[in-house]
Design a protein around this ligand. Sequence first.
Ligand code: FMN
Length: 210
Amino acid sequence: MKRTLLLLLTAAMLIALASCGGQGQPAPTPEPAPTQGEEPAPSDAPQAGGGKTLVAYYSATHNTQAVAETIAQALGADTFVITPAQPYTDDDLDWTDRDSRVSREHDDSALQTVELENPTPENWADYDTVFVGYPIWWGNASWVVSSFVSANDFTGKTVIPFCTSSSSGLGESGALLAQTAGTGNWLEGQRFRSGVAAEDVQAWLEELNL
Ligand SMILES: Cc1cc2nc3c(=O)[nH]c(=O)nc-3n(C[C@H](O)[C@H](O)[C@H](O)COP(=O)(O)O)c2cc1C
């Protein structure tokens, strides 16, 4: 008798559970339905502006480097460090010494063609937009960057100069580099003070609306 009762009770419990239909369980999350024509973005998808972007820069004392890295990070761009075959030492950069390397080069334009470790970035043809960064030397672009610019073909590329300085403005530095290049669509460019905040660089990038 007890055994029959137990069987009846178990059957009743099973029926009750089945009728609950899993209430109280989290609803299964449906897989998002694929939208027609929508493909997952490949990792090497073109960046804003429709193509690949490179930030090429020369920096003797890291101020321009900091700006270049902010630009590259914000845009997911590649970087290329313009490197003189014979790097400038602190003594070389002493513009207060009339006999330092920079002073001698400044005084003699024939010395301003600087040999570079590697004048052309890898996959140069793939870049549609190139930022060109440099320090201001005597009111103009460091001639290290001029050597880079004259060594490369900018045809079909949008070029955006940027520089850092203690107090001088962009001046004609960007326009003169464009003239040296002779190719490419050079935009006006931007000067930043040495040690500029990353937010100021980012604000400029937003204005560019690439
Ligand atoms: C040789 C030399 C010349 C410079 N001439 C100027 C100048 O004419 N005007 C100015 O505002 N700053 C001048 N500076 C300061 C640099 O432009 C400034 O420190 C810049 O941020 C350096 O960038 P970098 O650290 O990327 O090399 C000069 C610095 C050097 C080494």
